[in-house]
Design a protein around this ligand. Sequence first.
Ligand SMILES: Nc1ncnc2c1ncn2[C@@H]1O[C@H](COP(=O)(O)OP(=O)(O)OP(=O)(O)O)[C@@H](O)[C@H]1O
Length: 265
Amino acid sequence: MLEIQSLRKTYGGQGRVVEAIGDITLTVGDGQFACVVGPSGCGKTTLLRCLGGLLTPTAGEVKVNGQAVTGPPDGVAIVFQEYGRSLFPWLRVAENIELPLKSKGIAKADRRTIVAESLEAVSLADAGKAYPWQLSGGMQQRVAIARAIAFQPRVMLMDEPFAAVDAQTRADLEDLVRTVWKQFGMTMLFVTHDIDEAVYLGQRVVVLSSSPTHVLENLDIDLPDDRDQLKTRSDARFVELRSHIYARIQEAKGAGGNATVATAP
Ligand SMILES: Nc1ncnc2c1ncn2[C@@H]1O[C@H](COP(=O)(O)OP(=O)(O)OP(=O)(O)O)[C@@H](O)[C@H]1O
């Protein structure tokens, strides 16, 4: 479960103060799949980094599974957009996945089993011995997802994870994420700039305003649970939801100010 209460985040330094998040209050229930969209620069990544304990809020509180976040919380895995930088190129795929398990103190035999199961879950059972750079971009992102699954997180945070892959691979990875979410029952927060992707994936879509950022809308995605790239995307309700969100974001952009709230002389 994710609980965000009156979160504010301001970046400062070098004469420029940026109010990245004005005031966000939001809850994502246990096992829910929520997507976050909003105008560029509205603070989506900042929000996710505050949840992941990688940034300290300026004000407000963030809780993961009932615990206030003061550093990287237990049971949380993060998948970033830059798969190329998140995998260690000198380690084989299986070793990349195994590394965080070692630091968790899991015994060698168990580590082997978990690595094999996670690779299986992302349809890369044969790739364990390869180096990341021998794989395509989409495969590398699947390895990053396998590493996150292996950690057996209760919460998965994903920051535009498919922004750098081609459209066909992206569709496959979207379906993979829905499959692993269902299989492992984790709470999912997925940040994307792609409205269609958000509606396709989520049970809810949280629309953020432009700066000073707050929640503009927390929309229930009342589409059938079984999503299908062709059927779901051509469903009249899908089209209605995406148009609605698009209009809200356009509105937000129109009303939006500048994120910079103060500039020192
Ligand atoms: N380390 C930083 N120092 C100063 N300002 C920052 C820093 N990181 C982000 N910002 C600013 O905070 C605001 C929000 O940035 P953030 O990356 O969270 O937005 P975003 O919604 O994820 O953007 P995008 O959709 O373009 O990926 C932007 O104005 C950005 O320039």
